[in-house]
Design a protein around this ligand. Sequence first.
Ligand SMILES: NC(=O)CC[C@H](N)C(=O)O
Length: 193
Amino acid sequence: MVGILALQGDFAAHRQALAERGVSTREVRKPTDLQGLSGLVLPGGESTTMLKLMAEFGLETPLKQAIAGGLPVLATCAGVILLAREVQNPPQPSLGLLDVAVVRNAYGRQLASTVAELTVTAPEELPSPTLEGVFIRAPKLVQVGEGVRVLAKRGEDPVLVRQGAILAATFHPELLPKNPVVDLFLELARRRG
Ligand SMILES: NC(=O)CC[C@H](N)C(=O)O
């Protein structure tokens, strides 16, 4: 069972992407929803709103514990901002579980949203040399720690990274059919069992 943080944002698109792969999902809104999961999706949306709701629903500490305990995670866009060690533009609190610094809204506003071709830099993790990525008011990773592996880049910018069982994309793999990033996350979740 894969959980999807469903406080705000595009959790329904993730649900759909996983349903297409025959994976059952549970919407996560309260601490008990985290029980018995093999993976967790932190969707895109508005990270500031998600932070507020996380605090309101008492989810912050249990989420932090579950992820620190090795629960495989697919974080997309705002989800990456929630996990980052440092958030800029403007600074805001975060769970600090992923050793990256991010600048919010770094590729321009909603109208500058785009589909870009990405170069895969870890061929043993992703099958094809390129990927498509949908960027919507996306954050930029401006610093990536030593224990964080860059799996794909947009130009020179890292846009898909992995740290242990955390897979983090500044774009939206759930919005394109058959995106291999979702499959890689499911592989991590399967390994966890
Ligand atoms: N598509 C997204 O998730 C955008 C993220 C949003 N701009 C934020 O800062 O929280």
